[in-house]
Design a protein around this ligand. Structure first.
Ligand code: SF4
Length: 436
């Protein structure tokens, strides 16, 4: 029996798919990339983007046509708004929450397909977090530490698709980390919608995010093999100085922070319900610069949010110039179905949004370039992540997640750490040469 899964959306969905794969593999199914030969076809869908939902509708339309000629089972799971779920219930055979992935063998057995795992299922009622994921990469992995969101930013639908914040027990997280380190993983990212709110839903009974990071940091100090641990995404509101202090103390905690700003204007931030001001945000940046002067800082920013005036946009531009980001993911605002702001007028024209986007891109490309220029001539550790088709060039990432390319023939070094001498900055990325 073969299964096919289409995964849409963000890293959280990709991580959920890794657990889904394990469940299928245990059932004895074989994954295929070809929809035409699959017996079970499903999607890990994303309601946050209308395009992704349209894609799901077109797939299920096709799959349901195929049902005339062959026996197939279809399923939908993922990050779904109640309204999409309702629609999917009419077109898919199975619709379930990602939290219920462990119950898949039982759901499928109701279609008359008996698998060894299906028979055993009652004896091993596994919970979602207990599923050992089938990681997509042999050296880079994501560990979900928290699911859901309590923040209700007005432009975002996640609190409605994934529900309230739930922290995963810390001993499970640390066990998963141990297993990854035993297998030699080099880049590990703690994942959640609001990673640094970790533990707040269980205050007193669970570690805080800073304490969790400390435990991770201690593992790095005890390990002979080097590795880098990242986390994404934190929310500025809960970004306390103790988190940054822990990061600065341990070598395995990578000196890279992704801190979404979203807007540099206090009124727009209020409208977005971000619950911090530019001044609060600046304080965190100053703390990062003080405690980890070498850290790279990434951000997310939205231009053209409902009613954003020229002046308000100018405040974002100024903030971007002030904070010297290494990377900024800039989005032209578009209303998300299910989000509170979808009810408001999307009153900034596409032209203006585009113009604002270009202005901001130029600002952060300049600051990233200045940072990279300072690395020229230095020898730095790089995690090699890819190789050109002709085998002559490697690409990799620095600890601060800056892309670097360098020549390298001979043995395959993908997934290994190497020292690389930085020769040149090409703006957003670097070129160098391998130091052997
Ligand atoms: S954007 Fe806001 S509401 Fe959406 S997941 Fe992030 S913190 Fe939660």
């Amino acid at each position: 029996m073969k299964y096919y899964v289409l995964t849409l959306g963000c890293q959280m969905n990709i991580s959920d798919s890794e657990r889904l794969k394990t469940v299928f593999d245990h059932m004895g199914f074989v994954q295929t990339e070809l929809e035409e030969e699959a017996d079970i076809l499903g999607v890990v869908a994303c309601s946050v983007r209308q395009k992704a939902i349209d894609k799901v509708h077109s797939r299920i339309h096709l799959w349901n046509k195929w049902k005339k000629d062959r026996n197939i089972i279809t399923f939908a799971t993922g990050c779904l708004l109640p309204a999409d779920k309702k629609k999917f219930l009419k077109s898919f055979d199975l619709v379930f929450e990602t939290n219920d992935i462990a119950g898949l063998p039982e759901m499928i057995s109701q279609y008359g397909i008996v698998t060894p795992a299906g028979l055993n299922h009652h004896h091993e009622q596994k919970e979602f977090w207990d599923i050992d994921p089938s990681y997509n990469s042999p050296y880079e992995a994501f560990i979900p530490i928290q699911n859901g969101c309590d923040k209700f930013c007005t432009y975002c639908a996640v609190p409605y698709t994934r529900g309230r914040e739930v922290s995963r027990p810390s001993d499970e997280i640390l066990n998963e980390l141990d297993r990854l380190l035993d297998r030699g993983y080099k880049s590990i990212t703690l994942l959640g919608q609001n990673v640094n709110s970790y533990g707040l839903d269980k205050t007193g009974n669970e570690l805080s995010f800073a304490q969790l990071l400390e435990k991770v940091g201690e593992k790095g100090d005890q390990s002979e093999k080097p590795f880098w641990v990242y986390f994404t995404s934190p929310h500025p509101r809960d970004m306390t100085r103790d988190v940054l202090e822990v990061m600065s103390r341990y070598k395995c905690l990578a000196k890279q922070v992704h801190l979404p700003l979203q807007s540099g204007d206090n009124e727009i931030l209020k409208k977005m319900n971000r619950k911090y001001s530019l001044e609060d945000y600046r304080k965190i940046i100053l703390d990062i610069r003080e405690l980890m002067p070498e850290a790279t800082i990434f951000t997310d920013i939205i231009v053209g949010f409902t009613s954003e005036s020229d002046e308000q946009f100018e405040n974002s531009r100024r903030a971007l110039a002030e904070f010297h980001y290494n990377m900024a993911f800039i989005a032209a605002y578009s209303p998300r179905p299910g989000a509170a702001s979808a009810l408001w007028d999307d009153d900034i024209s596409q032209e203006i949004k585009k113009e604002r986007l270009h202005i901001l891109s130029d600002v952060f490309i300049k600051s990233a370039g200045e940072f990279n220029e300072k690395l020229v001539g230095r020898k730095i550790p790089v995690l090699i992540t890819g190789r050109s088709r002709d085998g002559k060039k490697y690409s990799g990432l620095t600890e601060g997640k800056i892309n670097i390319q360098f020549p390298g023939e001979g043995e395959d070094r993908i997934g290994q750490f190497h020292q690389v001498k930085v020769c040149e900055s090409t703006g957003l990325s670097l070129t160098g040469e391998l130091v052997l």
